[in-house]
Design a protein around this ligand. Sequence first.
Ligand code: IK2
Length: 419
Amino acid sequence: MSGGRRACRTDGVDKNVWVEFTQLAADYKAVNLGQGFPDFSPPKFIQEAFCKAVCGGPLMHQYTRAFGHPPLVKSLAKFFSRIVGHEIDPLEDVLVTVGAYQALFCAFQALVNEGDEVIIVEPFFDCYQPMVKMAGGKAVYVPLRPVSVASGAILSSGDWVLSAEELASKFTPRTKAVVINTPNNPLGKVYKTEELQMIADLCIKHDVLCISDEVYEWLTYDGAKHVKIASLPGMWERTVTVGSAGKTFSATGWKVGWAISSGQIIKRLKAMHQMSVFDCATAAQEAVAQGFEREYEVFGTPESYFQQLPAMLHLKRNRLASCLESVGLQPIMPQGGYFMIADISSVKVDYNGQTPEDEPYDFRFVKWLIKEKGLATIPVSAFYSPEHSKDFDKYIRFCFVKEDSTLDAAEDILRKFNQ
Ligand code: IK2
């Protein structure tokens, strides 16, 4: 298209791994362990809350407050004040968005100026880089690196660490923000308090913001504890915490998310939100508000969905890990989140010229797995910058937030393909 008919900010951001692989999985009717969504229903209480909202009279079908339905911002503020250890103002410090995705978009657009640098920890949820670019910023990368463990031992996502020296070396006078994601997609790393403190110290030293994507905050396993970087001393006023009702209540299609920060920062995000989306769906927000009210009452008890969901996923995670191990795909055991990555370097595949040779190793493998074996996964190099993707292209990502019958079907495929 001629330069005059398009805005340059869309250049280079048109390819998208979710669009490409979700379509391919559908075309080949593959068993889908690709995109991260549950193929089971959300809990009854939240489905009922949605039905009640939809039948709750005329106002439930009309616009609500632009920056968040009042019952929802109130319940988010009440719930998270207790966790962050800071009194969150529902009207000033919270913005409800169209999923965590829009919260991230608003954060980058509202906080990053032309020429600012944004440090992104790799592997990262793939939208951070194009969103920084569209805001006029420059992404600067620092990878989590696996430490060596005894041979034969299963690696855990906790064995992937951030070097304090390497991270410190990325700060310049132009650094505006650091982006972290805990529990991490795709690795499943749950940052320890010491690791977050190291990041926080650098943010404070350089007077830099932190954008903390915590959409999987309730999903931790084997005693790993999710810690909010915003709860560390000196971090509340410089952190934007991003969350998702989709991941929290297993309802990704509702697309309700939020950003929480100090009023001074949220004010900027609100400006972006009102100039793009303005308002989010009222009934979905009402249902999420009811969900948080319920969870507030049962918090810390076995009745809480925030205990029940990780307990269920823990079993699915273990089951997938055993299967992958048994077929020679070495898994990295996730401490949290929806996903598990596995090393494919031991599998020899004859592509028969069916996938382009110049494609990254893992992209070729994933396409072959979908087309020839009927199993959809996601290539892990998609979660890396061009500088580092080659070093991490021997892994693929499996989503285990699936019905047991889906995991059965995936296991059948994996065991056969091993034979
Ligand atoms: N941040 C992270 C880390 C996410 O994983 C997601 C959801 N994406 O999952 C798709 C996948 O990886 O297969 C988001 C943000 C966006 O969340 P929401 O759906 O609330 O917009």
